[in-house]
Unconditional design. Structure first.
Length: 172
């Protein structure tokens, strides 16, 4: 009688399976669980219905802060009383609700409005909806700052500032 030889297979090491599972879990968490993350392909995540409203989580004020500080206001408020800001340095802040660095900057500006210098007005502009303004000033990515003069002409443009102090230092 012929004896059948059992086919031997190599077992997959348990450590390799555990490591692979951990890597997958971390990658899934980094790509989709955070509201600030982007999809792995580089495409920005689509805003939820609450985020699709311009600056839904942002609450800039129309008043200057106590102590003669400057202001952080919405574009609609700026446009309604543009002449009252003619003596101030006006900086348009193109930001998006889904942008993590924009969120940090908005949080800093809202948490400490007294840090905004008295001669500075920061105007919150919704990056997703204000396409004409983006085109006018050549803005191609969120978290861009454009300083304008009283006639609306560009004076300076930069990106990356997170605090009122950093914005004030860049403004001419």
């Amino acid at each position: 009688m012929r004896k059948r030889l059992a086919r031997k297979t190599k077992p997959i090491p348990t450590l390799r399976i555990v490591c692979f599972t951990i890597v997958l879990a971390l990658a899934a968490g980094a790509c989709g669980s955070s509201s600030d993350s982007t999809v792995a392909s580089g495409d920005a995540k689509q805003p939820s219905s609450a985020e699709s409203q311009p600056n839904a989580q942002s609450n800039p004020t129309t008043e200057t802060a106590p102590g003669g500080a400057g202001a952080y206001i919405l574009l609609s408020d700026f446009e309604a009383s543009r002449d009252s800001y003619s003596e101030s340095k006006v900086v348009l802040f193109f930001n998006a609700t889904w942008c993590s660095t924009c969120k940090k900057a908005r949080g800093n500006l809202e948490a400490n409005p007294s840090a905004i210098p008295a001669d500075l007005v920061i105007v919150s502009v919704d990056f997703d909806s204000e396409t004409d303004l983006k085109r006018q000033y050549g803005v191609t990515l969120q978290h861009t700052f454009v300083q304008i003069d009283s006639d609306g002409n560009e004076v300076a443009k930069w990106s990356g500032s997170l605090t009122a102090q950093e914005i004030a230092e860049k403004a001419i």
